[in-house]
Write a protein that binds this ligand. Structure first.
Ligand code: FES
Length: 106
């Protein structure tokens, strides 16, 4: 399984063996990573799963239309690195990815 690091504002780092085929959100929530509320359950309707991709070993799929609209509703400022973690599906090639969880979205 690819390992994804989740970084928190307080310096906490969770290294998660993320199952291929699930969303980054589900991998994080399943591993007890704090800060990803995922209130809508992964339907791109809440933005409480907003994260920043700090490092990715491969180019990620483009931001979808629904994801694009909802990212504008995230509590923390949107950036080039912003993604809804429920809309990115883990692939084996994501091993080594680093994801920042913004505290402002809690
Ligand atoms: S879980 Fe609600 S937008 Fe991702």
């Amino acid at each position: 399984m690819p390992e994804i690091q989740f970084l928190q504002a307080d310096g906490r780092v969770d290294r998660v063996d993320a199952p291929v085929g699930v969303s980054i959100m589900k991998a994080a929530v399943g591993a007890g990573v704090p800060g990803i509320l995922a209130e809508c359950g992964g339907q791109a309707m809440c933005a409480t799963c907003h994260v920043h991709i700090r490092y990715t070993p491969v180019v990620l799929p483009e931001v979808g239309e629904d994801e694009d609209e909802m990212l504008d509703c995230a509590l923390s400022p949107r950036a080039e690195s912003s993604r809804l973690s429920c809309q990115v599906t883990v692939e084996a090639s994501y091993d080594g990815m680093s994801v920042y969880v913004p505290a402002e979205d809690l």
